[in-house]
Design a protein around this ligand. Sequence first.
Ligand code: 5AD
Ligand code: FES
Length: 364
Amino acid sequence: MIMEFSDILYKPYFSKEDIIQLLNSDYEQRNLLYKYAAEIKEKYISKTTYFRGLIEYSNICSKDCLYCGIRKSNHNLERYNLSDDEIINAADFAMKNNYGSIVLQGGEIESKNQTERIYKLITKLMEISNNQIGITLSLGEQSFDTYKLWKDAGAKRYLLRIETTNQDLYKRIHPNNKKHDFERRVECLRDLKQIGYQVGTGVMVGLPFQTIDDIASDAMFMRDLDIDMCGMGPYIEHQDTPLYEYRNELLPRVERFNLTLKLIAIMRIMMKDINIAASTAMQAIDKFGREKAIKAGANIIMPNITPGKFRDHYKLYDNKPCTDEEAQDCLNCMEVRITIAGDQIGLNKQGDSIHFLNKEKIVK
Ligand code: 5AD
Ligand code: FES
C-alpha cells in the first residue's frame, strides 16, 4: 500500500523510511511539511526567535577538515585572534542591545593556555553581567576536564556538530588521523551531556558523496542522542579546500538549501521543543534563507557581533554573508528579518532549550 504524504507527516514517530519520504517531498508536500513544523513550533515553544550574539573570536585552528576555509593548511588567509578586551567589548555590545546570550566560537585549539584563557573569559563575562548572560561555547573537541572547568565557570551550552553520521563519509571529508576521529567526537558529545551542558549538534547537508539515506540517519542520530539544540546548514564549497575538487558533483545549491530546510522542519516535528538555529550558511545561498528557516521551525538566529574588520577572515565557506558590516548593522537587519518572518524577538532572555528544561523537570 502506498501511504499518502499526510499519513506520514502526522505520525507520532518517524521511521527511517518516513524521514526519507519527507526529505524527498515535492514542492506541494514540502510546503505542508513546513506548515506543520511551524504549528509544532508555535504549540511547544511559541513564535519567538532568540538572538545569540556570535563572536568568532579567532580563526586559528589546529584541525584540517577538508571542507573548511579556516583549516590549518589553508595559507590563503590572514589569521587573527581577538584580544580579551575585544571579546569583552563585543559581549558588552550584546548585553547593551538586550541579547540574552552570546556564542563564543573559534578555531579548534586544545592546550593548557587555551583552557585557561577561556576559563578566565567566562569568569569575567559572568562577573560583568551579574551572571545574567547566557554563554554558549563552540570550541571543538576538548577533554572532559576542560569541558567541566568551563561549565563550572558559568558556560551553559555547547555546540559541537557531528558534521555527518556516516562514518565512511566522515573519513572522506576529514584527514584520516587521530585528530579527526568520529568516535572521539561522539565521546565529546556524551561528555558534554554528562557534565550537564545543553548540548547542540548538527550536520552539513549536501556534502559530496552524501545520500538522502545518510541525512535520514543524521536526523535519527540527533533524536537518539536526545540533543537540546541543533544547527544544520548546507555545505558550501570553498575554493581553498581539498573538497573543492568535487564541486561539479554536488547537488545544485538550491537543492542543498531545500534539503536543509526540510531537515530543519523534520527535526522540529521529531523533537518538538529543542532550539534550532537558522544558520548563516542558509543565507549564503538564499537572501531570505534564515527567514525561511524560521518559518520552517527554527527559533534561533545568531547575528554576528565580531568586530567588522575581522569578519572577512572567518570564511568557512565562499560567499559568507555580512562579512563587511558592523555589529549594529547586523542587529537592525536581523530585527526586520524576524518581524517579516512573523515571529517576535525574545529580548533579554537567555532562551534556554525548553527541551533541556523539561528534561530537568522530569529528573527532579
Ligand atoms: N560549508 C558549510 N559549512 C561549513 N562548516 C565548515 N566548513 C563549511 C563549509 N564549507 C561548518 C561546520 C563547522 C561549522 C563551524 O562550520 O559544520 O562545524
Ligand atoms: Fe574543522 Fe574548520 S577546520 S571545521
